[in-house]
Write a protein that binds this ligand. Structure first.
Ligand code: FES
Ligand SMILES: [Fe+2]
Length: 432
């Protein structure tokens, strides 16, 4: 449980808020490069509570500026792209990508006014088909080159999800939540007669755990039954990411009550899904982008047919900003407590003029940041030693005395969703 002040601290992301200042120390993906075209080279965006216009100039450079003109506030979205900059549609002030006002057509020649104007503008980089923005103070850290963003030769796909109508932290806390997968995903799928689509999360769970690691928190699990096994991974990458298999998700705050979720998935050579073409790209040469279909059915209810509709339901129904003064945390929430502590540490570091964790400044390290090495290759059957893939970090080096594990002694989670559902159904029939 948090105090009202702590809840505010972790959820408010606008300019000048402690968490907003903290999150601005990281690069965030804001759009797919393929969303800007010759026909439509501009788009409006709201990121971290700021209204912005993103554009691609004729020379291929990108600009990201506050949407409202510094003169008298008209929208630069309707502006004219010119010479790498953008000209306000109202009185023609021209801004460059760094927010300098380079022309004010109606001011006297000797006027110094334009030198007094510095319009908010942020650097943009392109990587892996996404455009990334850095909205914090200089010197900016490096844009992290996570393995799946830079590996070559396989197939990469981009996805942007429907706008999440709630605060970013609800989505990120879910990444520290290893047990939600049993009911929210596997059991829900089983109730729809699709137990086989529960992603293995419906197996009887014996133990789960949390381990801080260099880039955030990793989770561990042990399943029993025919397909039992233990593994680790499903990384919470600090501060607002998830790494699951070959995919990464970013939860980018739009504002306090809305979040943009962007996802990259990479299939190495030889591991492409059926029907995929090697080197598949969209017509402009970028990885193909899909917008995920909505999470609601035609009655306006969550259809719960996909993992993301299920997660979206859980996160949005917590409220626009979940009131954490009312929660009751248990041992299963150990990862959430850990995440909050790490976020508070990061916020404090920024307030005290120190660097929060997870910033990358070493170009050599940033050639390719290997996250996969922190994940077990797969769930290993109990008692079977890992046929170690050399690129992965051995179990004994992944875990240390910070590994917090919880044993499940008895009850529903120990029997697996198929049996649990059968028992619940039988009990319901008996009660009729
Ligand atoms: S409002 Fe933009 S130039 Fe006047
Ligand atoms: Fe989930």
């Amino acid at each position: 449980m948090l105090t009202p002040e702590e809840n505010e601290l972790l959820t408010r992301v606008g300019p000048g808020t402690p968490c907003g200042d903290f999150l601005r120390r990281y690069w965030h993906p804001i759009a797919a490069a393929s969303e800007l075209t010759d026909e439509k080279p501009k788009m409006r965006l709201r990121i971290l509570g700021e209204d912005l216009v993103l554009y691609r100039a004729a020379d291929g450079t990108y600009g990201l500026l506050a949407e409202q003109c510094s003169h008298r506030g008209a929208s630069l979205y309707y502006g004219f792209l010119e010479d790498g900059g953008i000209r306000c549609p109202y009185h023609g002030w021209l801004y460059d990508t760094e927010g300098r006002c380079v022309e004010q057509p109606f001011e006297p020649q000797q006027s110094l006014l334009k030198h007094t104007v510095r319009h908010p503008a942020y650097p943009v980089e392109k990587l892996s088909g996404f455009l990334w923005a850095y909205m914090g103070p200089q010197p900016a850290p490096l844009l992290p080159r996570w393995d799946i963003l830079v590996d070559q030769g396989g197939i990469r796909r981009l996805e942007i999800r429907p706008v999440l109508n709630c605060n970013w932290l609800q989505a990120e806390e879910n990444t520290g939540d290893v047990t939600h997968t049993y009911f929210l995903h596997a059991y829900t799928m089983a109730t729809k007669g699709r137990a086989d689509q529960g992603g293995g999360f419906g197996r009887p769970l014996q133990r789960y755990g949390f381990q801080p690691f260099k880039w955030g928190i990793l989770k561990s699990w042990t399943y029993t039954g025919d397909r039992g096994g233990s593994g680790w991974g499903n990384l919470l990458v600090y501060p607002n990411m998830l790494r699951l298999g070959g995919a990464m998700h970013w939860r980018v705050p739009i504002d306090d009550g809305h979040t943009k979720i962007l996802r990259v998935e990479y299939f190495p050579p030889g591991k492409a899904p059926r029907g995929a073409q090697a080197g598949e790209t969209s017509s402009d040469g970028e990885p193909p982008l899909t917008y995920e279909a909505g999470w609601l059915d035609d009655q306006g209810e969550y259809h719960l047919d996909t993992f993301s509709s299920q997660d979206g339901m859980a996160w949005e129904t917590q409220g626009a900003i979940f009131d954490r003064t009312k929660e009751h945390l248990g041992a299963s929430d150990t990862g959430i407590v850990l995440l909050r502590k790490m976020l508070m540490d990061g916020i404090k570091a920024v307030q005290e003029g120190r660097e929060p964790m997870g910033l990358v400044r070493d170009p050599e390290e940033n050639e390719r940041i290997d996250l996969e090495q922190w994940m077990a290759e797969r769930d290993l059957p109990l008692g079977v030693e890992d046929p170690r893939n050399e690129s992965r970090i051995p179990r004994e080096q992944v875990f240390d005395n910070r590994h917090q594990q919880v044993e499940i002694s008895a009850g529903t989670a120990r029997i697996g969703v198929v049996e649990a559902l059968a028992r619940a159904t039988a009990a319901t029939m008996r009660a009729r």
